[in-house]
Design a protein around this ligand. Sequence first.
Ligand code: ADP
Ligand code: MG
Length: 261
Amino acid sequence: MAQIFCIANQKGGVGKTTTSVNLAAGLARIGQRVLLVDLDPQGNATMGSGVDKRALALSVYEVLLESASIAEAAVVPDKLREAGAGYAVLGANRELAGAEIELVGEERRERRLREALAPVLADYDFILIDCPPSLGLLTLNGLCAAQGVIVPMQCEYFALEGLADLVKTIKQVHANLNRELRLIGLLRVMFDPRITLQQQVSEQLKSHYGSKVFDTLIPRNVRLAEAPSFGLPGVVFDPSAKGSQAFIAFARELVERGMQG
Ligand code: ADP
Ligand code: MG
């Protein structure tokens, strides 16, 4: 049965999508069956996986509105499969922004993704959900569907403050909508060890959150930032780059944690 993780942080530009696509590719490379769900109307995880968001026949929008199944709408991009890092993508584009409004009056509106995933749980080892930078109905669908949340964060001055809001939301969803949900861990991304402040915030994180801080550190690495313009995760675009190696190490860390229960 699939382990389902949201990649969430209500701040934009913190590395959610980069984490989503590279973790998906890293897990696929080590033999895991992966589905990546793009829940952001910007469609960056879709494009970054080599799927043209403007040419999607079916997307997560149709799935949330219950006019398509995930089996019908998910695609495995050839380029990823050929690179030995094939994973399935349930894509998103601007249409998805409308779903938030269209679902407002509907029943079970926050459970649409959870229900849509139920029939495919046996097909994957990991289902990763790339969340938009807000705590609205789309993110709520992600949090209701998942067992855990992975929070990518930059070690900057306000990082801990933003984290408190997210942890509160996770607790509320846990209490009211999804008893399975828990914080899996905090992933330090775009890390630059030469910056003293980043080291300090990293230490603060470890003293507040202990083992919830993943051992793997994702460095700032230009290859990870270049890869999306080629429609590829960094892990596929340049597997030997430091950032790509870090994401493969993170994929291993996650698989090992799972096996410890
Ligand atoms: P989010 O999805 O949270 O908005 P993104 O993953 O799109 O964030 O990242 C924001 C920007 O930072 C992008 O331009 C991305 O390429 C860049 N970026 C993310 N992680 C790294 C990294 N480890 N090293 C260098 N650039 C990165
Ligand atoms: Mg994003």
